[in-house]
Design a protein around this ligand. Structure first.
Ligand code: KIV
Ligand code: ZN
Length: 513
């Protein structure tokens, strides 16, 4: 079977989505999971864009071994040097250099003539090739570029040493037939096109990103780029889990092997959703909550008689297990640690102890602990930043009655270690909590978005809250889970503030060192 390389850009193009801000610990967790998922290449960030991105790319490159790790760079020496510093210890250093090639981008954004663009692209690829064995060059807005110009510039960057040529549909404008035809044309007209990889990179503005990527595969692309859950700029990127499952289920027509470990899809999708705070729409193909739900009586009847009447994919294929965990309130620390290790967590003794304490509390209140609950508890511990003191919620109490003004009383340990109790009112319970916490942090906060979802099924499911707010003029997203949604909301609010505190403190440390 023909092999297609899967290039994951969840941590770069995905992270560029409005409202997403992952810290290094979270990016590292996602990268480790992407490695288990089987991505051939992980684009870990844009090292020259910020010290935070640099640190994340460097740490991911030092950790991930089974996937190639890459970083994005503009076609300028400074970016390439910084990217090399971040990636030089990677198993197979790979850089992704981009430069726009469409008339509108060259004229208005770059203010360069086509000749100057060719010169800059060639110079950048040659410079990158001095250090990087693997150089991917992207023609930004390739789909809206002049085809003859594309052939000219690609010929030149291949001569300069590019090993992969990426043809992005940056604005999500292409139709499958047109995008496929472009790949066919380039494969036929570029000199030495059989010596390099051709990559597809599609955005979903017209809802055609996955279809366009598949059309590219059918016409000569041997790499596809995308993100988990399709997150990304504007309407997002092609959803990799959809491409991988489509290739698997319809191998009869495509004959393609992706190397993706389908069993890791559910977990990867959940982790990305949890850490980015981007909720998956219920009817999303493959990973939506309802992707395998059969509501109508006729469908249910058919399913009972023969599941194949309405089911082309089973939940088991993507690693969604219906079997509850065998762990419960009588399980010991040893069994808990064992399970955490089987799930791929490598936590310090302190973190395991804290996660185990949380697990015991939950097991006392919840009938069945699911794999999803455990994933939530363990991920929360994994990404804790221990060295920087932050706010910690001790308790929250809300008085609510349909005829009363809701009042919240919150007990918090402040970053300086002092324990304080604050109370305030609001027009509802959640507003009362948020108003109280705003008094505590003594700063103007604007809530931009707030959502609560359940982790798994059942009336005793954990509630997970996501809060997106502005604090100190910065947009931040935070999240946390608890069995009670009000407690989850208070913890998510504080998590948002804490993330800002950690980020500022790391920035100060960087400036000092
Ligand atoms: O969409 C795009 O063109 C990109 C490039 C940087 C590859 O993300
Ligand atoms: Zn993109």
């Amino acid at each position: 079977m023909r092999k297609i390389e899967i290039f994951d850009t969840t941590l770069r193009d995905g992270e560029q989505s409005a409202g997403i801000n992952l810290n290094t610990a979270e990016k590292l967790e996602i990268a480790k999971q992407l490695e288990r998922f089987g991505a051939s290449i992980i684009e870990a960030g844009f090292p020259a864009s910020s010290p935070g991105d640099f640190e994340a790319v460097q740490r991911i490159a030092g950790t991930v071994k089974n996937s190639i790790v890459t970083g994005l760079a503009r076609a300028i020496k400074k970016d390439i040097d910084i990217t090399w510093d971040a990636l030089k210890k990677a198993e197979q250093p790979h850089i992704h250099v981009f430069l726009a090639t469409s008339p509108i981008h060259m004229q208005y954004k770059l203010n360069k003539t086509p000749d100057q663009v060719v010169e800059a692209a060639v110079e950048a690829v040659k410079y990158a090739k001095n250090t990087f064995p693997l150089v991917q060059w992207s023609a930004e807005d390739a789909f809206r570029s002049d085809r003859e110009f594309l052939v000219r510039i690609i010929n030149e960057v291949i001569k300069a040493g590019a090993t992969t040529i990426n043809i992005p549909d940056t604005v999500g404008y292409a139709s499958p037939a047109e995008y496929g035809a472009l790949f066919k044309f380039l494969r036929e007209n570029v000199t030495g096109s059989d010596k390099v990889n051709f990559s597809a990179h599609c955005h979903d503005d017209l809802g055609m990103a996955v279809a366009n990527s598949i059309a590219a595969i059918e016409n000569g692309a041997n790499q596809v780029e995308g993100t988990i859950n399709g997150i990304g700029e504007r309407a997002g990127n092609a959803a990799l889990e959809e491409i991988a499952v489509a290739m698997h289920i319809r191998k009869d027509i495509y004959g393609i092997e992706t190397g993706i470990n389908l069993q890791e899809i559910k977990r990867t999708s959940q982790l990305v959703s949890k850490l980015t705070g981007v909720v998956i729409q219920p009817n999303k193909a493959i990973v939506g909550k309802n992707a395998f739900a059969h509501e109508s009586g006729i469908h249910q009847d058919g399913m009972l008689k023969n599941p194949e009447t309405y089911e082309i994919i089973t939940p088991a294929l993507i690693g969604e297990s219906a079997v509850p965990l065998v762990l419960g309130k009588h399980s010991g620390r040893h069994a808990f640690k064992d399970r955490a290790e089987t799930m791929g967590f490598d936590l310090s003794d302190d973190k395991i102890n804290r996660a185990f304490a949380e697990f015991k509390k939950l097991a006392d209140r919840k009938k069945e602990i699911t794999e999803e609950d455990l994933l939530t508890l363990l991920t929360d511990q994994q990404i804790q930043h221990e060295e920087i003191p932050v706010y910690e919620l001790k308790s929250v109490q809300v008085q609510y009655g349909t005829e009363n003004i809701p009042t919240a009383t919150v007990q918090v340990i402040q970053p300086d270690g002092e324990e304080v109790t604050v109370a305030s009112t609001g027009s509802g319970s959640v507003e009362a909590i948020f108003n109280t916490l705003e008094l505590l942090i003594n700063s103007k906060v604007e809530i931009l978005d707030y959502r609560v979802t359940s982790v798994g099924k059942g009336r005793d499911a954990l509630g997970e809250a996501v809060v997106n707010l502005t604090y100190n003029d910065q947009k931040v997203t935070g999240r946390d889970a608890a069995q009670d949604v009000l407690e989850a909301s208070a913890k998510a609010y504080l998590n948002t503030i804490n993330r800002q505190i950690i980020q500022s403190s790391l920035r100060v440390k960087e400036l000092i060192s």
